[in-house]
Write a protein that binds this ligand. Structure first.
Ligand SMILES: *Cc1c(COP(=O)(O)O)cnc(C)c1O
Length: 514
């Protein structure tokens, strides 16, 4: 059977649905901006809005494509050998994380499972660091946005505990100080400045890039809130000797505590050198931070901090908030944040297990050793450790004896032309302006990519050898301009330039990317 349809007349098509209703007239938008082709639309021929929020909408396809195109001039994360931060995760966990974008982590009442998942991560990470689990004084910990937030919290806890002890003894609390290496990450300088704690530095020397334990302990006085020991410095990846500092404190009966900055090493050392004692096995270690987004293998930003026992995290700092009907204790600097990173961390912990992390970290250590040996053959001086006694990174510099007419910065610029980001640094202060290059070996840096890098380093050395000084200078300027995209790209405000309060401002130390 066929349905026959009658074509309605005009009267019928314009008749309102509800009898007597006046037809609502909308002003016509004179210029309908939707078009199915992004590059045929008017937007393709216009500047992207940069300073003032635009008056009108743009189609979502256009917004997506225009911003994606704009970002295509960013470097390729895979070739960025400057950073410790994760650039690879599996598709499944990317899906999981995307599905959680809309969850606010702080909302424990609404998302109790996400909160529980955080607690599972704290427990696994705490145990990885040999945290005490005695029910009367069990370790406590929390997720953070990264190690920087974790370190801020650690400094606050050490300071408050010191103040409480001093007050109880009727002593002055106006001059707290903290003892740390001059190779610290910039967040330690920030923490000291923001929370008004004097910085006491143990300086590196021309051939020692970590703290000297004796010197460290000598700097401690009654106003010291604690000592920072770095498990994997950002320059050379070396592990500072926490055990030596711990033992000297015990031997000298010195009443202060140690915080371990294991931002990078926290997920490496337990798998590669499990026998190394740097964590809660040392009795003076009261808190440890690590970055989930470095060797924890999660996209940024997630970090973790664990305290040995509640007594090291004074009550006054913890807020019990009743949020949407649920009681929760919280110690953070910010409030709302996404739950995705914590969920991503949980995925990695259970997906890989200890065996998976051990396999990955061992591969990275092998690749780093191979790169290190190859660079040594090429005539470089290697400044980092090998065989897992430090982080899987290679820090190296040109040999003065080779008497090259170019420096590490020139080589870095030359490599940049091939897309590789291998940063050059001026080391921590008191190291006679030692310059260095650094390659961080991350999960996605395989042996074959390592060989491509070596081929390019060889090529760049040849090119530089054949250039004269002036040519190198000109090339350097040219690449520098390209890196910042254009003369217009200015980051930073002239009001804050040339500050003189940081180690960088005072000594010319360049902070390593991490
Ligand atoms: C990366 C790093 C930090 C800062 O960590 P974020 O997670 O980036 O905030 C602090 N200390 C050390 C030793 C680091 O390597």
């Amino acid at each position: 059977m066929v349905h026959l349809a009658q074509i309605p007349n005009d009267d019928h098509t314009t008749k309102p649905l509800v009898e007597g209703l006046k037809k609502v007239e909308f002003e016509s938008v004179e210029d309908d901006c939707f078009t199915t082709s992004v590059y045929a639309s008017k937007f393709a021929a216009r500047d992207l809005p940069k300073h003032e929020m635009p008056e009108h909408e743009m189609p979502k396809e256009v917004a997506y494509r225009m911003i994606k195109d704009d970002l295509s001039l960013d470097g390729n994360p895979m070739l960025n050998l400057a950073s410790f931060v994760t650039t690879y995760m599996e598709k499944e966990v990317e899906d999981l994380m995307a599905e959680s974008f809309s969850k606010n982590f702080i909302d424990y009442e609404e998302y109790p499972q996400s909160a529980d998942i955080q607690n599972r991560c704290v427990s696994m990470i705490g145990r990885l660091f040999n945290a005490p689990t005695d029910p009367d004084a069990a370790a406590v910990g929390t997720s953070t946005v990264g190690s920087s937030e974790a370190i801020m919290l650690a400094v606050l806890a050490m300071k408050k505990r010191w103040q409480n002890q001093r007050r109880a003894a009727g002593k002055d609390t106006s001059n707290p100080n903290i003892v740390m290496s001059s190779a610290v990450q910039v967040c330690w300088e920030k923490a000291a400045r923001y929370f008004e704690v004097e910085e006491k530095y143990v300086y590196c020397t021309k051939d020692r890039y970590v703290i000297d334990p004796e010197e460290t302990v000598k700097l401690v006085d009654e106003n010291t809130i604690g000592i920072c020991v770095i498990l994997g410095t950002t320059y050379t990846g070396e592990y500072e000797d926490a055990k030596a500092v711990n033992d000297l404190l015990i031997k000298g009966n010195i009443d202060t505590v140690i915080h371990i900055d294991a931002a990078s090493g926290g997920f490496v050392a337990p798998f590669v050198v499990p026998e190394l004692e740097w964590d809660f096995r040392l009795e003076k270690v009261v808190s440890i931070n690590t970055s989930g987004h470095k060797y924890g293998l999660v996209y940024p930003g997630v970090g973790w901090i664990v305290w040995r026992a509640p007594e090291y995290l004074p009550k006054e700092l913890v807020f019990n908030i009743n949020y949407l009907g649920a009681d929760q204790s919280s110690f953070t600097l910010n409030f709302s944040k996404g739950a995705s990173q914590v969920i991503g961390q949980y995925y990695q912990l259970i997906r890989l297990g200890k065996h998976g992390y051990r396999s990955i970290m061992s591969n990275l250590t092998r690749t780093a050793d191979y790169l290190s040996d190859s660079l040594e053959q090429l005539g470089f001086i290697i400044m980092s450790q090998k065989s897992g006694t430090g982080l899987p990174l290679v820090a190296f510099r040109l040999d003065e004896a080779a008497d090259k007419h170019f420096d590490e910065f020139a080589l870095a610029h030359q490599l940049r032309e091939r897309g590789w980001v291998v940063p050059a640094y001026t080391m921590a202060p008191h190291t006679e302006d030692l310059k260095m290059l650094r390659v961080v070996v991350r999960e996605d840096f395989s042996k074959s990519r390592c060989d491509q890098l070596l081929t390019d380093i060889k090529l760049c050395l040849q090119v530089l050898d054949n250039m004269d000084k002036q040519e190198i200078k000109t090339r350097e300027e040219y690449v520098k301009q390209h890196v910042s995209h254009s003369h217009k790209a200015r980051h930073g405000h002239h009001h804050y330039k040339k500050e003189k309060h940081s180690l960088q401002g005072k000594t010319g130390k360049t902070h390593a990317v991490c």
